[in-house]
Design a protein around this ligand. Structure first.
Ligand SMILES: Nc1nc2c(ncn2[C@@H]2O[C@H](COP(=O)(O)OP(=O)(O)OP(=O)(O)O)[C@@H](O)[C@H]2O)c(=O)[nH]1
Length: 921
């Protein structure tokens, strides 16, 4: 299950919420716009890090921070001047709309037009943006400021223009809510400039200006093969009649497309264009090479495009059929999207918005009336309905979202209002307009009661069209502006109603108010077309009521005439609404588009939010995995530390052995002296067996005995040191894991981990080694060696020879021994001359025995050390493994989620384009 780890109840649980951008967030808790869910997050570094992350929301979620816009290739880039747009706007915009809808044009570049003022460029850009929508990218030449102001997709910089990074950062600063990087393209004329722009600058695509077609070969060789970003070719040398062949040639050679002017666009027939594109798609290998760079998404896009097309969008003659088909496609795509969203963020509350919106696809259009309290919403709705169905008044009257639906009641029947189990308040009224649409009355937006305000805000995403009622006595208040901005987060279409316009003294006052609202709304909504109707809802209602009442004819006529002049705006608005309901008009198609787009926009927002959450989780999971790996890896450091500390223990042990060796050697040397008459005679005559001789007793009692017990103690301490070190480290690892990931290293799991084996383990080879060294046996051996040395030398001499050695009692050294013996007994000389060698043999034997013991101990100590280290490593691996596996799985599942979200976004985008092209069917 995707994010299954997140639901692991015993993980550290942090409440994380992700906000859609909400203008009210500083004023009250924006609970309505939270993507609420509980995320169980693990943090190895700090358990608090996640909660603080969630508070400082990252600006983005995509690797490297932002999502890169994808450039469709092959495509045409249309480059035009502001004046081109402004001079003949309707024709030009419709031409562009057409070309964009057919997918010929992927990018529109608006030049700064040389002497064109910023104002003109801004105006032209807004018009273009409006007509293009999300179907193609709009880039402005050089003017980063205007690009940011009109929310264009990016900028085209000249060869000498701003550095790409500066342009990108400037745009990003102004588009802080966007997770899509602005596009930065560069105009180049030479291969070197092209390479610089693509490599070091990081431009997204290039427009290559070729002076002469003859330099094409140079460009092909030096540029196309080496530069990976899309390159669109611009040249004056296209001859219209030859355009097709030249364009095909260039694109087959590797160009991503051509830059064309408005005039060229006018001349290019669909036929020519489709031939160019087909020939390129069929034969251009570079196209395929580019796909990996452009990302899998493009391929998915194409695939989903194809699938949408296959599903029958193309080929419908009848708009209704097409709408029906689109709706079905949309329903199935969105049902899948709901599934993807629920899996990606299981506790997302807002998914219900999408569920509702999908269910409502079949429902009539949702016309939602919003506005501040007391602006006249209820009166306005009553006027639309032609009856005083709703209460009006100066105190806030609407506390609930109220759906007004059509019902076939006869006029005598009571109107029926009921609260539905899902919390909706629905009133069934017999007003004819409700046959075509559902009107939704909402609580005023600046009410002191926050609940009502939130209700309205929450409802905004579901609206197909917002009627924003502004009261003439306070046109565009600050809170209205804030609310308006918020509606744009959901990209809602807004129609303004300036109500109570009867309070203006004269037409000039009214005109001024209209101008003021329109100008400000244009800026706020970033659109050229602001629809505003000045009305007097009260007068319109009165007129309608009068018309339907039984007053005498003369009065009636007077009243209606009187009302008419005050309510003409209202009739215009009604006309607009009726044309809106008529699918055969352009506003009617607009309504269908809006209706179809409502769930799409919700899905878009939810998917973006899910991407953010998933990215946060992904980063966290990566940190977790890194941290568990580090923790596991740190055992090696510990082992190294243990190893180096153990050297001291070994040194101590070896030096003890060494001391003992020295003392034993000395004793041997001092014992094996001929002048030790007593000793010699005792050894020679006592014969084998019996108690140890004094020297051997000294060896046993004074040298080996104490040394052994000292060594035993030392090695005992060493073993304890190893064990306690291991126990301490093991426990500390266990605590670390338990503290950070209590669910994984739970006490229950521990039993399974058989930690007893770890804790109960003893490392005692060294102690065993020393204990197996037998002091008595060693002393006995020494005794024998000494005796053999004496016997071998003196055994055959007899008493005479031996007595001669009396002389030597005063002579301390071996040489003197020999000299003395030589003088006294020439016959003994030969026998005795071998004595020093024998003595040396004994000494060497003592040394060898000591050295062997030293080596044995050292080896045993090393083995104990290695076992200790291994057992700790195994233990840590054992307790860390479940988490390591889990963290790894989590990472993989989050990656899979990201892929699904991205592919869903792509499918939805394609669908959205289909919807936006609806008017072209
Ligand atoms: N002068 C004038 N007053 C109007 C007009 N329309 C409504 N009013 C008055 O404005 C006040 C508020 O009208 P409502 O229709 O209750 O306003 P509302 O926006 O529905 O109020 P809430 O539901 O409380 O948010 C009432 O006293 C209406 O009579 C109009 O066109 N002209």
């Amino acid at each position: 299950m995707v994010l299954s780890l997140l639901s692991h109840s015993t993980f550290i649980t942090t409440h994380t919420s992700l906000l859609f951008h909400c203008p009210y967030r500083h004023r009250h808790p924006p609970h309505h716009l939270k993507l609420r869910r509980h995320i169980s997050v693990t943090s190895a570094v700090s358990n608090n890090s996640t909660s603080s992350n969630s508070q400082n929301q990252p600006r983005t979620l995509f690797p490297g921070g932002y999502k890169r816009p994808q450039i469709k290739v092959p495509a045409l880039v249309l480059q035009l001047n502001p004046q081109d747009v402004l001079d003949n706007r309707n024709d030009v915009l419709s031409l562009i709309d057409d070309a964009v809808s057919k997918n010929w044009i992927g990018i529109v570049v608006l030049n700064d037009g040389g002497d064109a003022s910023g104002g003109k460029m801004y105006e032209a850009a807004r018009l273009l943006k409006e007509v293009i929508g999300g179907r193609a990218y709009l880039l402005l030449s050089e003017r980063v400021d205007i690009a940011a102001a009109v929310n264009a997709s990016g900028v085209l910089l000249s060869d000498q223009g701003l550095p790409a990074i500066v342009a990108r950062n400037t745009m990003m600063d102004t588009k802080f809510e966007s997770v899509v990087l602005p596009l930065v393209a560069r105009n180049v004329q030479t291969p070197v400039a092209a390479e610089n722009a693509s490599n070091s600058e990081g431009a997204d695509f290039l427009i290559y200006d070729i002076d002469e077609m003859k330099s094409l070969d140079e460009v092909v060789n030096a540029v196309f093969g080496r530069i990976k970003i899309p390159i669109f070719i611009m040249t004056d040398s296209f001859k219209n009649e030859k355009l097709f062949s030249e364009a095909s040639r260039l694109m087959k050679a590797g160009a991503s497309g051509l830059v064309i002017s408005l005039n060229e666009l006018k001349l290019l027939s669909d036929d020519v264009l489709s031939k160019i594109f087909e020939s390129v798609i069929l034969s251009n290998k570079r196209q395929h090479e580019k796909l990996p760079y452009l990302g899998d998404k493009l391929r998915t896009n194409d695939a989903s495009n194809g699938s949408l097309v296959k599903k029958g969008v193309v080929g419908f003659v009848n708009l209704e059929d097409k709408v029906q088909q689109l709706m079905e496609t949309e329903r199935s795509v969105l049902t899948e999207a709901i599934d993807v969203i629920q899996r990606a963020a299981p506790l997302t509350d807002e998914v219900s918005l999408l569920v509702d919106a999908v269910l409502q696809l079949d429902e009539p259009f949702l016309l939602v009336i919003v506005g501040e309290f007391n602006s006249g919403k209820s009166t306005f709705i009553n006027a639309l309905l032609g009856e005083k169905y709703l209460q009006d008044g100066v105190v806030p009257t609407t506390n609930e979202i109220t759906f007004l639906r059509y019902s076939d009641l006869d006029s005598n029947e009571e109107q029926r209002c009921e609260r539905h189990p899902d919390g909706q308040f629905v009133c069934y009224l017999p007003a004819p307009i409700l046959k075509e649409m559902i009107i939704v009355d909402t609580p005023g937006t600046n009410v002191i009661l926050q609940r009502q305000q939130r209700l309205t805000e929450e409802f905004v995403p579901r609206a197909d069209l917002l009627i924003f009622v502004i009261s003439a006595d306070r046109p565009l208040t600050e809170s209205e502006v804030t609310f308006l901005r918020y509606t744009q987060q959901w990209k809602k279409k807004v129609v303004f109603v300036l109500n109570k316009s009867d309070i203006y003294q004269n037409a000039t006052e009214l005109e001024e108010a209209i101008l003021f609202i329109k100008e400000n709304a244009k800026r706020l909504l970033n659109t050229e077309h602001v629809t505003l109707y000045p009305v007097s809802a009260r007068a319109a209602l009165r007129a309608k009521l009068l018309a339907s009442s039984n007053v005498d004819e003369k009065n009636e006529k007077q009243s209606i005439d009187h009302a008419h002049h005050r309510t003409s705006g209202f009739y215009d608005l009604e006309e607009f609404l009726f044309s809106f309901l008529d699918g055969s008009t352009s506003t009617g198609i607009e309504r269908i588009k809006l209706k179809l787009e409502t769930p799409i926009r919700i899905a878009e927002q939810l998917l973006t939010a899910c991407q953010m959450l998933t990215m946060q989780d992904y980063q966290q999971a990566k940190k977790d995995l890194k941290s568990v790996n580090e923790l596991l890896g740190s055992v090696k450091d510990y082992a190294q530390k243990l190893e180096s500390e153990s050297i001291l223990w070994k040194r101590k042990t070896l030096s003890l052995i060494d001391d003992t060796k020295t003392r034993a050697t000395k004793l041997t040397e001092s014992t094996l002296v001929i002048s030790n008459f007593d000793i010699v005679t005792t050894y020679v005559f006592r014969g084998n067996g019996g108690a140890l001789m004094p020297a051997a007793s000294v060896i046993q009692n004074d040298i080996i005995g104490p040394a052994l017990s000292e060594a035993q103690k030392l090695l005992g301490d060493y073993v304890t040191w190893l064990q306690s070190n291991n126990a301490r480290e093991g426990r500390s690892y266990l605590e670390s894991f338990m503290k950070r990931w209590p669910s994984v290293v739970s006490t229950e799991n521990l039993e399974e981990l058989e930690t007893d084996k770890f804790w109960g383990r003893k490392y005692e080879l060294s102690r065993e080694a020393i204990e197996s060294f037998n002091a008595a046996a060693a002393s006995k051996l020494f005794d024998q060696e000494v005796r053999e040395a004496f016997l071998g030398s003196f055994g055959g001499l007899g008493a005479a020879g031996l007595s001669a050695s009396l002389l030597t009692s005063v002579l301390p050294t071996t040489l003197e021994d020999l000299l003395a013996l030589g003088l006294c007994s020439a016959g003994g000389l030969l026998a005795i001359s071998k004595f020093p060698a024998r003595r040396q043999l004994v000494v060497d034997k003592v040394k060898r025995t000591a050295d062997a013991l030293g080596r044995e101990l050292e080896e045993a100590m090393q083995k104990d050390l290695v076992e200790t280290k291994e057992s700790l490593e195994n233990f840590v691996k054992l307790i860390g493994k479940p988490y390591q596996d889990l963290a790894q799985q989590r990472l993989e599942s989050l990656l899979a989620t990201q892929e699904k979200l991205t592919s869903m976004e792509s499918t939805i985008k394609t669908l959205q384009i289909e919807i936006q092209n609806l008017h072209k069917s």
